[in-house]
Design a protein around this ligand. Structure first.
Ligand code: SAM
Length: 248
């Protein structure tokens, strides 16, 4: 199946400058697809990374990827120490092909990757005593790249993630539920952190060379000259529905 063109043109309100030059394969894709690729890349951010620890439910995994794509998040790290990360290709609208999805064996490997690139690591921790809403992270994000870590549906974040983190936050709640659904908490956090930029249709921060390299990958994938997606394997979920399974 060919990947959908990312970026509904109706949502890209104005043309942003793109550093991506003409590509040798441009003649094999439509002008609209080429424009959408460039315009989506022009809005992508690398300053904010989403980390998902041991997500179990394919519906959550898929919703998280769609939310990240919609909010301009370029890079998603998933750890699969206990559970494979399973994405429903039918529901994902193919967004996994257009994210820098990295599958790592555990939170240590994710933390190493992030530290080497200067990220502060903040976990969403329901057990935290201090109630720090994600809005408070906006100032931190302005001064340093930030990785926000989300935990498993049943157990929440691991003790190891808590120990490795620079800080924590909580989406304040005032109802009877003990927690939010995992994918909902990702969406609410990204809206708090990115909502203003999204409303302003602001440019992202992906360096020119990364936009160019990613454009090359997307075009080659679309033309069948590169692997169609990050390396995942076909599998089924607990209801027998087809999913793509990612394991480190
Ligand atoms: C269903 S919750 C896990 C509940 C688990 N029993 C616990 O106590 O952590 C799954 C994940 O969603 C995120 N989450 C859920 N509610 C949240 C909230 N109010 N604030 C921040 N993150 C939340 C966290 O990342 C959490 O690890």
């Amino acid at each position: 199946m060919r990947a959908a063109a990312p970026g509904n043109p109706a949502r890209l309100r104005r043309p942003l400058p793109s550093p991506v030059p003409p590509h040798p394969l441009d003649a094999r894709i439509t002008a609209e697809r080429a424009r959408n690729y460039r315009q989506v890349l022009a809005r992508r951010v690398q300053r904010l990374v989403v980390v998902v620890e041991d997500c179990f439910d394919p519906h959550n995994a898929t919703a998280i990827l769609r939310t990240c794509d919609a909010c301009g998040i370029h890079r998603v790290l998933v750890t699969t120490a206990r559970n494979a990360f399973r994405v429903s290709e039918r529901v994902s609208q193919g967004v996994e092909r257009y994210l820098d999805l990295r599958v790592l064996p555990g939170i240590e490997a994710a933390a190493d990757w992030l530290r080497a690139r200067g990220y502060r690591i903040i976990v969403s921790d329901l057990a935290a005593e201090a109630v720090v809403g994600p809005q408070a992270l906006r100032a931190q994000l302005a001064s340093a790249p930030l990785a926000v870590v989300f935990g498993n549906e049943g157990h929440g974040i691991s003790e190891r993630a808590r120990a490795l983190a620079d800080g924590c936050f909580l989406l304040p709640m005032c109802g009877f539920a003990q927690s939010l659904n995992l994918s909902v908490s990702v969406a609410m956090t990204l809206q708090a952190l990115r909502g203003e930029e999204l409303a302003a249709d602001a440019p992202g921060d992906l360096p020119a060379e990364e936009q160019i390299a990613t454009y090359d990958l997307w075009v080659r994938r679309y033309c069948g000259e590169a692997a169609p997606a990050p390396a995942g394997a076909p599998a089924t979920d607990h209801r027998g529905a087809p999913v793509i399974e990612y394991r480190a």
